[in-house]
Design a protein around this ligand. Structure first.
Ligand SMILES: C[S@@+](CC[C@H](N)C(=O)[O-])C[C@H]1O[C@@H](n2cnc3c(N)ncnc32)[C@H](O)[C@@H]1O
Length: 309
């Protein structure tokens, strides 16, 4: 199966939101196929610098095409943010972009095992060099854990029934392929959501679990705030409500004065200042963008700026 090109979502809006200073240091936490990275490089001057991350070795190989001394691509999860920056002697950065989730090639290459549209080994890892595949996880996980994952990450009503069906199926051999899992879910889920394959929720939930997508996000956000220089921007594009909820809450909490017990003898001026200020309202793709790239329809972008200490 040949790779579908990745169409960058909110390209102009995200790069504008970074408010790029030509000599600044920027981080693209999710290189993908480099749509955002290339646009950032186009706005940076000769002194500027862009450090990008991707945990997918195929994305990293694609990024080797960019021969630019201002650019470096790190093969690591973005939760390694602080460590990777420290290794490079970078203390402060002027902007960080996270365009979360998976790229189109990851979804559309059958052998990644992320989609029920193709029959392939049930892998689902973004980083194929480490960690358990979805099949390996399903082979060992207790029914209670499978149920929780399907319920929390897929908001699947039939989470328990599917988990039980998986446990029964694996006694007769592993649930090893996307086709086997899709067929099992299709048999187990009794209702049909319009326009949606019955296995959609299960596949989303397992992908989030295998790649620890929500943990990664929760780990990186405080590291970004600690590294942003005053005036530096954090720009995050989310693709489902679980991610967006984490981003929204994090930005909201970091942009509020700390909650202290009432009647504490502290003057308002002595209170620590919030670390972030929200910038504008959430941004959604335009109707034209959604028409041209239906995968952008669930995207939402939030922007915050680091305050002065
Ligand atoms: C939506 S795509 C990014 C597309 C990119 N902005 C572009 O324009 O080409 C998300 C990419 O981030 C990577 N990714 C997702 N979560 C990651 C994480 N926790 N650490 C590092 N890379 C991650 C995926 O492997 C994927 O290549």
């Amino acid at each position: 199966m040949s790779a579908t090109p990745h169409i960058t979502v909110l390209l102009k809006e995200a790069v504008e939101a970074l408010a790029i200073k030509p000599a600044g240091i920027y981080v693209d936490g999710t290189f993908g196929r480099g749509g955002h990275s290339r646009a950032v490089l186009a706005q940076l001057g000769p002194e500027g610098r862009l450090i990008a991350f991707d945990r997918d070795p195929v994305a990293v190989a694609a990024g080797r095409e960019i021969k630019d001394p201002r650019f470096e691509l790190v093969h690591a999860p973005f939760s390694d943010f602080a460590e990777a920056l420290a290794e490079r002697g970078v203390e402060k950065v002027d902007g960080v972009l996270l365009d979360l989730g998976v790229s189109s090639p990851q979804l559309d290459e059958a052998e990644r095992g992320m989609s029920f549209r193709f029959d392939a080994p049930l892998d689902m890892r973004m980083d194929t060099t480490r960690g358990l595949t979805a099949a390996e996880w399903l082979a060992e996980a207790p029914v209670a854990d499978i149920t929780r994952v399907l319920r929390e990450y897929g908001e699947e009503r039939f989470a328990y029934e599917i988990a039980k069906a998986i446990a029964v199926a694996r006694t007769g051999g592993a649930v090893a392929t996307t086709g086997q899992l899709a067929a099992l879910v299709e048999k187990t889920v009794r209702t049909r959501e319009p326009g949606q394959h019955p296995a959609t929720r299960t596949f989303q939930a397992l992908r989030i679990c295998v790649n620890q997508e929500l943990e990664e996000l929760s780990l990186v956000l405080p590291q970004v705030v600690a590294a942003l220089a005053p005036g530096g921007r954090l720009v995050v594009i989310s693709f489902h409500s679980l991610e967006d909820r984490i981003v929204k809450r994090f930005m909201r909490d970091a942009s509020r004065p700390p909650q202290l017990p009432a009647r504490l003898p502290v003057r308002a001026a002595d209170l620590p200042k919030p670390k972030l200020a929200l910038v504008g309202k959430p941004v959604w793709p335009s109707d034209d963008e959604v028409a041209a790239n239906p995968r952008s329809r669930s995207a939402v972008m939030r922007i915050a700026e680091r305050t002065e200490d």
